[in-house]
Design a protein around this ligand. Structure first.
Ligand code: AP5
Length: 229
């Protein structure tokens, strides 16, 4: 049976961190709409040029555009055995589209990571990303010289060292705008999922390892299986 997982939660909740590891450990693709859009901006494609200003303001790109991107990605062969979605859906229209895309693909497990707003702002302000490969690091947790060990993803990162930068939408003003949009457009959509038997909530204030364990437990419980760490 396919393992279809949707990570839900506000900016900085840890969706990407957990999605990355869960997908790797289960041999299924992580589909992150934020990563897809940032890669397009980085490469200067037509898509990137169309979305850059919207993302820098912390607003959502159009439903039609993002539904098209996700619909295409989830029909590729590697996603047929399952996927971890990070950053999609974010609106009622996107949730409806996901139901249609996955109608014949087994249950979709939705896990919401909850974290209070002030902790989200703190985390996002401390986040640094490698400008070359997109790896994440927490500037509050790691001293500058230890940061280079955290990024070994590309030959350039290994040879020259990572170039850590703040994401252009991670300033405090933009993060607060992203949170406003989350509470207005995305949180009500999560209500749409909350009545389903495959919906679970986990506490994102724990350490990343504890959140990982909670996620593994939530997925097992949603599938009615024993927990395999
Ligand atoms: P996107 O990239 O999806 O951003 P987001 O949802 O705002 O989420 P973040 O990436 O900020 O946070 P996260 O929950 O993944 O946390 P992370 O693991 O990185 O979207 C960006 C933009 O693209 C949107 O604003 C919009 O413009 C556009 N977009 C994307 N999808 C769209 C859609 N479907 N529709 C329309 N527009 C769309 O962790 C954050 C930090 O906290 C890291 O530094 C991490 O190291 C740290 N951390 C993680 N876990 C913990 C922990 N347990 N304890 C302490 N620190 C932790």
């Amino acid at each position: 049976m396919a393992l279809n997982l949707v990570m839900l939660g506000p900016p900085g909740a840890g969706k990407g961190t957990q999605a990355e590891r869960f997908a790797r450990e289960h041999g299924i693709p992580k589909v992150s709409t934020g990563d897809i859009l940032r890669e397009a901006v980085h490469s200067g494609t037509a898509l990137g040029q169309a979305v850059q200003a919207v993302m820098e303001r912390g607003e959502l790109v159009s439903d039609d555009l993002i539904i098209g991107i996700v619909g295409e990605r989830l029909t590729r062969p590697d996603a047929l055995a399952g996927f971890v979605l990070d950053g999609f859906p974010r609106t009622a229209a996107q949730a409806k589209a996901l139901d249609e895309i996955t109608a014949l693909r087994g249950p979709v497990i939705c896990v919401e990571i909850k974290v209070p707003d002030e902790e989200l702002v703190r985390r996002v302000r401390g986040r640094r990303v490698c400008d070359d490969c997109g790896a994440n690091a927490d500037a509050f947790e790691h001293k500058p010289d230890a940061l280079s060990d955290l990024c070994q993803n590309t030959e350039r990162c290994r040879a020259v060292g990572p170039k850590w930068v703040a994401r252009s939408d991670d300033s405090e003003t933009v993060v607060r705008e992203r949170l406003k949009i989350y509470w207005r457009d995305t949180r009500p959509m999560i209500e749409y999922y909350s009545a389903r038997p495959t919906f679970r909530v986990i506490d994102g204030l724990q350490s990343p390892e504890q959140v990982r364990e909670a996620l593994v437990g939530a997925v097992a419980s949603a599938l009615g299986r024993p927990v395999a760490q």
